[in-house]
Design a binder for this molecule. Structure first.
Ligand code: AMP
Length: 550
């Protein structure tokens, strides 16, 4: 017997309809790519997005067509998103930090018909335009006064002109909630990037889950600054969840440095923000250098890579800001877990709670999790056994776009995240490594992430990375690479002494190498692949000794 409740398809256009109806005057403030701070409202964004939907139809966009965006977090970018998704086309967010060859591959693979771009990316598009074979139009997210910058792209269209030329009378939705809404390619550390094709339903459900009080807990009273880009796993869903509750949005545009983020936090009264650790590191450095304060910020969510203890302590201790650590991936829309204390952890002394706050956290309703060995057998949740982390749920990928990579679920329908983790008795998951970065020493696993996070807490360290280097006896041993803060000098022994007692003795790096640069990938994470390539001729001093002895 079926239930007798209404069938109200969970399509994301309803989110902006709701924001317009009940929070129409709430502001969206943008640091525009052109420079000035620009203010608009949910009502205006809704109307302009409808006009843009008509413009897209006029340009020949049909349901299911892919329309790309190559853009920073701005109100215009939100308008483009809802304009595309509202008419059943697929919004494909392109990550401008990818190499041009990868970008071209992705655009062609997705068969994007149109690209919305910020002024920033006109040079790269102009240079590679001829290779983008499916693209019929390029729409520049600007006004006529700035269109000179697009002179190198014949036929480029102006966003503001299209808005003015089209009517706001446009029907949104009316299709199945399983219709594709968004497309985002994974950073592709192995093989070609693969597309994750979100549906309206998966985005809608992800929105409801992230609004949970134990997850992002956004409210109409909040002022939300998503530093995490809309091109990195949908800004962790904030372009949906903020309008869903009618929170004021503050969009940082292209400027993500410490001073610019701080200025917006203070001038707009931001209460909630989300970003990867490197962004917060830049902000904290700026605050220390300038003596700046955080007078309105209450909560930040940090994810994308493991949060170092020094960041959690600085936010809470120096500025009274609550940090919650979250884990997720493009394939999970992206939220997978968040380290919000349960009752037992909340009852612990603050110092003891830190141990849990540094873990990646527990699963909200909608995410199933398990650990397995390489053969797929389930492993215990005892907080110490490492295993492959696998997840399942209504906003977890089932198959990559165009079937790339073949079958990706196990026999129980779980997706292998490629992360290695533990799960403790409170259900708190902790990532110990990417499966391919874990250091295999004498048949045991060493977590590169754990050593990195401790090492970066050394007062002289700006950033640290750990990789495995070949060793004749142990297979691999850890090497710590450190980029020091400007003007600092340090010895290898200082770092080894700093780690002593914090990690098991056999985890101690065999060498510490000081480097000028630790490369970051397209989503702000340490690029281990590139580091390994740069270090390919490196030989561990301990490996040489072991050889001499043999
Ligand atoms: P992406 O799809 O680019 O967002 O990358 C997802 C991957 O980032 C995950 O599979 C993890 O390896 C890593 N990641 C995300 N959040 C965290 C976190 N809080 N701690 C450690 N690694 C993380």
């Amino acid at each position: 017997m079926l239930g007798l409740m209404q069938n109200w398809p969970l399509t994301v256009d309803k989110i902006l309809d709701h924001a317009k109806a009940w929070h129409g005057e709430t502001e969206i403030v943008t640091r525009s790519v052109e420079g000035p701070i620009v203010r608009t409202t949910y009502a205006q964004v809704h109307e302009r997005a409808k006009r843009m939907s008509n413009a897209l139809k006029g340009l020949g966009v049909k349901p299911g067509d892919r329309v790309a965006t190559l853009a920073w977090n701005t109100a215009r970018h939100i308008e483009a998103w809802y304009a595309i998704m509202g008419i059943g086309a697929v919004c494909h967010t392109l990550n401008p930090r990818l190499f041009p060859d990868q970008l071209c591959y992705i655009v062609n693979h997705a068969e994007d018909q149109i690209i919305f771009t910020d002024l920033t990316f006109l040079p790269v598009l102009a240079e590679h335009r001829a290779k983008l074979t499916s693209v019929k139009h390029i729409v520049v997210l600007t006004d006529e006064a700035h269109m000179d910058a697009a002179a190198a792209i014949p036929g480029a269209l102006c966003f503001e002109t299209l808005v003015v030329q089209n009517s706001a009378d446009c029907e949104w939705g009316g299709f199945d909630e399983n219709t594709a809404a968004g497309l985002c390619y994974t950073s592709g550390t192995t093989g070609n990037p693969k597309g994750v094709l979100y549906s309206h339903r998966s985005n809608f459900l992800h929105t409801l889950v992230t609004l949970n009080a134990d997850v992002m807990a956004l409210r109409a009273q909040d002022v939300v600054l998503p530093v995490v880009p809309m091109f990195h796993a949908n800004a962790w869903g904030i372009a949906f969840s903020a309008p869903a509750v009618g929170a004021k949005l503050v969009m940082p545009g292209p400027k993500l440095d410490g001073a610019s983020v701080h200025e917006l936090l203070e001038s707009e009264g931001v209460t909630f923000s989300a970003a990867v650790p490197t962004v917060w590191q830049m902000l904290l450095t700026h605050l220390r250098d300038t003596g700046g304060k955080l007078s309105t910020l209450k909560r930040v969510v940090i994810g994308g890579s493991a949060v170092p203890e020094s960041i959690v302590r600085a936010f809470k201790g120096d500025y009274g800001v609550e940090v919650t650590h979250a884990w997720g991936m493009t394939e999970t829309s992206p939220l997978g877990t968040q380290a919000t204390p349960n009752a037992a952890i909340a009852a612990m002394p603050a110092e003891e709670q830190i141990r849990y706050r540094l873990k990646q956290g527990r699963a909200p309703l909608g995410i199933e999790m398990k650990l397995t060995d390489d053969a797929g057998a389930r492993l215990p949740h005892d907080g110490t056994t490492f295993g492959r982390l696998k997840v399942k749920g209504p906003f977890v990928v089932r198959e990559y776009f165009k079937g790339e990579g073949g079958e990706i679920l196990d026999s129980e329908g779980f997706f292998d995240t490629g992360d290695v983790a533990t799960i403790d008795e409170h259900g708190f998951m902790q990532i110990t490594d990417r499966a391919k970065d874990v250091i295999k020493s004498g048949g045991e696993w060493i977590s590169s992430i754990e050593i990195e996070n401790l090492a970066v807490g050394h007062p002289k360290a700006a950033i640290a990375a750990v990789i495995g280097a070949a060793h004749p006896k142990w297979d691999e041993r850890p090497v710590l690479l450190v980029k020091l803060k400007d003007g600092e000098t340090a010895t290898k022994q200082e770092f080894l002494d700093f780690l002593e007692g914090k990690i098991a003795k056999w985890w101690t790096p065999d060498d510490v190498v000081f480097v000028d640069d630790i490369p970051l990938g397209a989503t702000g994470k340490i690029d281990k692949k590139l580091i390994r390539e740069r270090m390919k001729d490196y030989v561990l001093p301990t490996a040489e000794k072991a050889k001499e002895r043999a």
